[in-house]
Design a protein around this ligand. Structure first.
Ligand code: 13P
Ligand code: SF4
Length: 306
């Protein structure tokens, strides 16, 4: 079926079901076009806390994002078009490893990146996203922080603050951002000498240091929209450029690495979105105790971000 007619059917189904489609900035163009709300992880969390009037939430992102929406709305139907859309980095921190680190560091605050599994989230004092990690950690009384699962984001926070940041696990990373190198930055500087080079804090520290700005995907959009520059190179997932081409079409934006693609983000298709709307499946459901215990950390982050 053609993209256009599928999109029309989806629009009709959304009305019939009183549904809302939330989508992350890394979704492909045809999904971005049918989303009611597009955003970074923090913006999606905030939006997920405001969907009380909707009967069905279709979450086009990876599993931890849909789980966070469920934690905030345990009585609502949250569906994800493809249940296999997981985050490889979130899966790097297991509950057992986190509990061992907490045992070894009883005086540390536990800050987890929202990109974490729900079983780990339930043991966090607060969550953070790439948009607010530095502010959240700065706001805590403790000077010692267990931070997981992204060791690159942990290093980013450590560089900005005078606190002891212990990355759990020490090797946690996003395969999409971690493969961007300083050589990639140098090549793009030669190719686009007038462009501002911005990368995501999930990139390695030496890449962050070589770039002009380090921002979350939502931060990239805000920065580029108000900047006087008209050329940018972005070190993040390539479909962020799809979003920016729509929001700021007058700017020229190039990828820092052409094959920075998050495979699982692309598992969602229009056919699967349509099926999820019709069947109201596959649903995200978490064990009651895990969901209830995790809510404390999600709420801490949302309150700190107000
Ligand atoms: P943002 O919060 O910047 O959207 O990042 C989420 C993510 O998964 C990046 O890889
Ligand atoms: Fe996870 Fe990386 Fe994909 Fe973001 S880009 S969802 S961190 S694997």
């Amino acid at each position: 079926m053609k993209i256009n007619s599928l999109q029309k059917e989806i629009e009709q189904l959304k009305k019939e079901k009183n549904a809302i489609i939330l989508a992350h900035n890394y979704q492909p163009k045809e999904i971005q076009e049918i989303a009611d709300f597009l955003g970074d992880s923090l913006e999606l969390c905030i939006k997920a806390s405001e969907v009380k009037d909707k009967d069905l939430v279709v979450f086009c992102g990876v599993d931890f994002m849909a789980e966070t929406a469920y934690i905030l709305n345990p009585n609502k139907k949250i569906v994800i078009p493809d249940l296999k859309a997981d985050c490889k980095m979130a899966n790097m921190l297991h509950e057992k490893e986190l509990l061992e680190a907490i045992d070894e560091n009883p005086d540390a605050a536990v800050v987890l990146y929202v990109n974490s599994i729900a079983e780990a989230k339930q043991h966090a004092d607060t969550l953070c996203t790439s948009a607010n990690a530095v502010e959240i950690v700065a706001s805590l009384n403790q000077d010692k922080i267990l931070f997981g699962p992204d060791s690159n984001l942990a290093n980013h926070v450590a560089e900005k603050l005078d606190k002891e940041i212990i990355a759990v696990p020490s090797y946690g990373h996003c395969y999409v951002h971690d493969k961007i190198t300083v050589e990639d930055v140098e090549l793009k500087r030669k190719e686009f000498p007038n462009a501002e080079i911005i990368c995501h804090p999930e990139c390695r520290m030496e890449v962050q240091d070589a770039c002009d700005e380090v921002l979350s995907t939502g931060g990239m959009l805000k920065h580029i929209a108000k900047s006087d520059n008209d050329e940018f190179v972005l070190g993040t997932e390539v479909d962020m450029i799809t979003r920016l081409n729509k929001e700021v079409p007058e700017k020229k934006i190039y990828p820092l690495l052409e094959d920075a693609v998050c495979e699982t983000m692309k598992f969602h298709t229009l056919e699967k979105v349509k099926k999820a709307l019709i069947e109201e499946q596959p649903q995200i459901v978490l064990p009651k105790d895990v969901s209830e215990k995790s809510l404390k950390a999600v709420e801490h982050m949302l309150n700190a971000s107000k």
